[in-house]
Design a protein around this ligand. Structure first.
Ligand SMILES: Nc1ncnc2c1ncn2[C@@H]1O[C@H](COP(=O)(O)OP(=O)(O)OP(=O)(O)O)[C@@H](O)[C@H]1O
Ligand SMILES: [Mg+2]
Length: 501
């Protein structure tokens, strides 16, 4: 029988009163891709951090190739052939890929870089500087760095959260090539379609404990979700028809100059009615950020008008626009810098946004914010010891719920939300979709920028497609398919395509 490349026995990690990981057993074989699945805050990152030497386990043992090892530091982990690709890359921007990879190693220890790179089809341009690279390229450098240090076990913590669908496909091909070379791979992802596509086996954590593992081929998305959540869940989206039919927010011929190109947005015209969700689809960087920012006055528009409730708001300060009832949240690819302060607790982060409704200066009224914090924690299922816990101690997904809850509870009339479910587990994602629907039913106009086309099609009344800063289509969701949206995302009109085949 083949020995497991890595085996964990009864691993436990506590942070003060919180037991983040409780007696977890887990193994991965050589030439196997294991997906690690679990809700936000279930202990996935903590577990992986114990293998990669960032945390020392309080209890339990780690075996590599059948032998028990002690991993006390990231250096130990590397020495034992364990490599972890973190969510936030640790590369030096001004250096080239090659310099980054060699950094911190003894001269001559890194050999055959070109060969490794080529064999795995990583396609890293070794002499390109990091700051010139896309997120996907940077990730390939991280992978190459870890492999060139001799990693046999590769751990990837939500690697696809930052990638475009095309980059994800490429990463998966690379992972398959590594599997063929006998590497043991553990991948964390919240996207069940990715779990189904890439993994051989799935291990599931729930509230810090192992629920067991199943072969991917014998499982289904529904089964995995239920194992993760611990009860039957219905993954269904409603799209109630409750549009007021009256435009609440209108953009007319809005253009925005680009930093490195002639324009970031060109001739954007559309309206959102109260009680409707307008979805926005497009590959990353098609003008989504500029669109959000130009509505709330964070981007200077070079031409055109923004009309909210009958009044021009272009040129008005952001603070004033927010006060009038437009709320905007944009979850960036790296999910950092979302406007929360890590060192402050949940209550203070809520006060940060709603200062005008809770009084000013040192006389902030904490009581209403505490009530709001409590209701958010229970409504959104935020996993936290208390509302007084510092936000930086929450797991990634739970930080995001705090952010979204804060936006939604500022009672906006127009809610602009970009990528609100990035990094969220499936159950929390559906909680967010439900919240958007609740807003819609209250008459709020929602602009929802998302990545998952299936979700856009089910949730939105209409979908607008952006490509290279222009609108390539706005259609009722009922009249669209994933294929049609895909074509519009690349700038081809569906009609044109049909005519030429
Ligand atoms: N440094 C820390 N100090 C205190 N508590 C922590 C720390 N790191 C993690 N925790 C807690 O441990 C639990 C597990 O967190 P972890 O980050 O491992 O979850 P996760 O499964 O990776 O979640 P996500 O899917 O949101 O990334 C959470 O309740 C979290 O608040
Ligand atoms: Mg995590």
């Amino acid at each position: 029988m083949q020995t497991d490349a890595l085996e964990l026995r009864s691993l436990t990690k506590r942070f003060g009163p919180v037991t983040a990981v409780n007696k977890v057993d887990l193994y991965v074989k050589q030439g196997e891709i294991l997906a690690l699945l679990g809700e936000n805050g279930s202990g996935k990152t903590t577990l992986m951090n114990m293998i990669s030497g960032i945390y020392t386990p309080d209890e339990g043992s780690i075996f590599l190739g059948g032998k028990e090892v002690a991993i006390r530091s990231p250096k130990d982990a590397i020495k034992h052939g364990i490599g972890m690709i973190h969510q936030h890359f640790k590369l030096v921007d001004v250096l080239t890929a090659r310099q980054n990879i060699i950094l911190g190693t003894k001269a001559g220890t890194i050999k055959n870089l070109e060969k490794t790179c080529e064999e795995l089809g990583l396609g890293v341009e070794l002499d390109k500087k990091i700051y010139e690279m896309s997120v996907g390229e940077k990730q390939s450098v991280e992978i190459l760095k870890v492999l060139s240090r001799g990693a046999k076990v590769l751990i990837l913590d939500e690697p696809t959260a930052v990638l475009t669908p095309q980059e994800t496909d490429k990463l998966f091909n690379n992972l398959r090539a590594m599997r063929a070379q006998g590497k043991a791979i553990i991948i964390i992802t919240h996207k069940l379609s990715e779990v189904m596509a890439i993994s051989d086996r799935v291990s599931i954590l729930r509230k810090g404990e192992s629920v067991g593992s199943v072969l991917t081929a014998t499982s289904s998305k529904q089964q995995l979700t239920e194992a993760m959540v611990g009860r039957p869940v219905e993954l269904k989206l409603d799209c109630p028809d409750c549009s007021t039919g009256k435009p609440l927010l209108t953009l007319e011929n809005v253009s925005v100059a680009g930093a490195d190109r002639p324009f970031a947005l060109r001739n954007i015209s559309f309206s959102i009615c109260g009680g409707e969700i307008l979805g926005v689809a497009g590959v990353a960087g098609s003008g989504q950020k500029e669109l959000c920012e130009s509505i709330v006055g964070l981007q200077k528009i070079s031409e055109g008008s923004v009309i909210f409730d009958g009044n021009h708001i272009e040129g008005i300060p952001t603070r004033e626009i927010i006060k009038r009832g437009i709320s905007m949240s944009f979850v960036p690819e790296d999910r950092l810098g979302m406007g929360l302060v890590g060192g402050m607790d949940i209550v203070d982060n809520l006060l940060l946004k709603s200062y005008h409704s809770y009084g000013k200066g040192p006389f902030l009224r904490r009581a209403p914010a505490r009530e709001l914090a409590k209701s958010l924690v229970s409504e959104l299922g935020i996993v936290t010891p208390s509302i007084g816990t510092q936000v930086k101690k929450l797991s990634g997904g739970n930080v995001q719920k705090v952010l979204l809850g804060r936006e939604i509870h500022s009672s906006p009339r127009i809610l602009i939300t970009a990528y609100p479910v990035r990094g969220l587990d499936i159950n929390s994602s559906y909680t967010i979709y439900d919240m958007l629907n609740t807003q819609k039913k209250k008459g709020v106009g929602v602009l929802y920028i998302g990545e998952d086309l299936d979700v856009l099609l089910e949730l939105c009344d209409r979908i607008m497609i952006l490509c290279g800063g222009r609108i390539t289509g706005i259609h009722p969701a009922k009249e669209l398919t994933k294929e049609k949206i895909g074509l519009l995302m690349t700038g081809e009109s569906a009609e044109h395509k049909e005519a030429t085949v």
